[in-house]
Design a protein around this ligand. Structure first.
Ligand SMILES: C[S@@+](CC[C@H](N)C(=O)[O-])C[C@H]1O[C@@H](n2cnc3c(N)ncnc32)[C@H](O)[C@@H]1O
Length: 199
């Protein structure tokens, strides 16, 4: 379980902190994450303040998070975008029917969870057959300098020791176990990974 009280407290500062931590890649990475053809229904799972919510190419977007504070910032940021609906909910037990989304997005959140595979099983359940999971998170830096500076900084200073990251092989195993196929992974800016996989 993740410290949601922490997100309640930092909701208003979250975007600024994330922009700093992403070392200037914030907008460019987001463009890559949302670069996909339009779909009918998408879920932004653990959407937070909406790094990608308002940018997802879909007719309808459900933005789900356990923290009402994070959702409030997201809603305010996307005011006027009537195709987005907001839902307080637990990613481990989604209050959503099976096979109801063409795409599920999960960005910058996986490192928070010790049992990410349980969340991915839920993502799999709510996807339509052939639907796409888009997952983006920090990863093992492929650069030795970053691996021994940036990674420990994120793990011990920013996340206070709770920081679960995987390399591409690790992700492929987790996704396969959750049932996903056609996994495509790319390293972005040496220290993060963007994955697309299909149900
Ligand atoms: C690091 S933030 C990432 C937010 C956003 N996706 C982004 O890209 O900036 C992680 C989010 O996961 C949410 N969260 C934590 N545990 C959750 C759970 N069990 N179910 C749903 N959301 C959860 C937190 O409230 C927080 O908004």
């Amino acid at each position: 379980m993740v410290k949601t009280g922490h997100f309640e407290r930092m909701a208003r500062y979250y975007d600024t902190a994330t922009k700093i931590l992403m070392l200037g890649t914030y907008g460019k990475v987001r463009d890559r994450i949302v670069a996909a053809p339009n779909v009918e229904r998408a879920l932004d799972l653990c959407c937070g303040t909406g790094y990608v919510t308002g940018h997802i190419n879909a007719d309808r977007v459900v933005a789900l998070d356990l923290s009402p504070g994070m959702l409030a910032v997201n809603r305010e940021k996307n005011r006027g975008k009537g195709h987005i609906s907001y839902l307080v909910g637990d990613a481990f037990d989604l209050p959503l029917p099976e096979g109801s989304f063409d795409a599920v997005y999960n960005t910058l959140a996986a490192h928070e969870f010790r049992r990410i595979e349980r969340i991915l099983k839920e993502a799999y359940r709510v996807l339509k057959p052939g639907g796409t999971l888009v997952l983006y998170d920090f990863s093992y830096p492929d650069n030795v300098l970053l691996r021994y500076t940036y990674l420990p900084f994120l793990r011990h200073v920013v996340e206070l020791g709770t920081f679960h990251v995987y390399d591409e092989a690790g992700w492929r195993k987790i996704l396969k176990d959750a049932g996903f196929k056609d996994v495509k992974a790319e390293t972005l800016y040496r220290a993060s990974i963007l994955i697309r996989a299909r149900k």
